[in-house]
Write a protein that binds this ligand. Structure first.
Ligand code: ADP
Length: 334
């Protein structure tokens, strides 16, 4: 349970719901996506028809669930929420699709994790608003076509590349969501602070934004932790000093690296002279599983330009030495 995890924590659902922007105009950042989406929705409203199916692609915590709720709200239609892992059989999907109302928005999170047989059913539903319900087994099985109400599918995926082509092709609009700029995260932090009744100085908001890894979910979480700190150790107002002290206590550094990230990077520099070193050796040196290092720590280090994965192993970039305040060894003459 890292404080910088982009994935929602179990006890976080309620506070996240309270912080969700309700309308497109309130949604901060993602300028291009917002404008494109606004056009899609407005033209659907004008034609009085459900819009094309919409695919939201991007890392966790960037606002995909929020956008699906906004889409339903802007269309004035109900929203049904399910996820790929919840659909294990075609029948699970048929049960959802056959009970949709006219124009309803169906949010299918982690759509890339849906069972294969359900995928085929979804193609037909997306295209013709029809499903074939198979009754019986073996040679006597028959498919009974069933009309379903025209609906809008909003699919979300962290990996658009993993979607089968035929599925991707059935989305009329694909929105690629990218990490947020610090300035955008600052606006989000200010907005959340207002909703949570937290007084935070502008410079403190900047401090939190810079450590939030481009991710609104992390920004909101760090805001709550600095609020706690300011309430217990001071009068509740989050000043830059308090924000820095709180984030230091939680071991989130100026670039948003946490203890694990720093351990991996520190080991690469101190024990292996900056590499190259193989993944499993690096993992053993910090007492972690290779998979943890590869999946949990490395992607952010790579994104930050601190570590590179090469065919010869992991290597640190010059920025890594600077960030940890270390001096690279001078290369010995050949
Ligand atoms: P995802 O579905 O992509 O994992 P969510 O939609 O659940 O992300 O968003 C995570 C949290 O971040 C929510 O509490 C939401 O309020 C907040 N959030 C995400 N994007 C924005 C945004 N653009 N503006 C304001 N808050 C946002």
């Amino acid at each position: 349970d890292r404080i910088v995890s982009p994935v929602v924590a179990g006890d976080e659902q309620a506070v996240e719901a309270a912080l969700r922007p309700k309308r497109l105009a309130e949604f901060v950042g993602q300028e291009r996506v917002r404008e494109q989406l606004s056009l899609v929705l407005q033209s659907a409203l004008r034609r009085n028809r459900p819009p094309d199916h919409i695919l939201l692609s991007g890392p966790p915590g960037l606002g995909k669930t929020t956008l699906s709720m906004i889409i339903a709200a802007e269309l004035g239609k109900p929203l049904r929420i399910t996820s790929g892992p919840a659909i294990e059989r075609a029948g699970d999907l048929a049960a959802v699709l056959s009970t949709l109302s006219e124009g309803e928005v169906l949010f299918l999170d982690e759509i890339h994790r849906m069972a294969r047989p359900a995928e085929e059913m979804l193609y037909m539903a997306m295209e013709d608003f029809r499903v074939d319900v198979v009754v019986g087994k073996g040679p006597g099985a028959t498919a009974i076509p069933l009309d379903i109400a025209p609906f809008t599918l909003v699919g979300a995926t962290t990996r658009a590349g993993m979607l089968p082509g035929p599925l991707r092709d059935r989305f009329g609009f694909v929105a690629h969501m990218d990490f947020y700029e610090p300035a955008e995260l600052e606006v989000i932090i200010d907005r959340s602070a207002g909703l949570l009744d937290v007084r935070i100085d502008a410079e403190a908001a900047t401090e939190v934004a810079g450590r939030s890894r481009g991710t609104p979910r992390i920004a909101n979480r760090l805001l709550r932790r600095v609020r706690d700190y300011a309430e217990v150790r001071a009068d509740g107002r989050v000043t830059p000093e308090l924000a820095r002290a709180a984030l230091e206590l939680y071991e989130v550094d100026e670039r948003g690296l946490d203890r694990l990230d720093r351990a991996v990077l520190g080991s690469l520099l101190r024990k292996f002279g900056g590499g190259p070193v193989g993944l499993s050796t690096l993992a053993v040196s910090v007492g972690e599983e290779p998979e943890t290092v590869e999946v949990v720590a490395e992607p952010f280090l790579v994104r930050q330009g601190l570590l590179a994965r090469t065919p010869r192993g992991r290597i640190a970039t010059p920025a890594a030495w600077t960030h940890l305040g270390l001096t690279p060894p001078t290369p010995s003459p050949a």
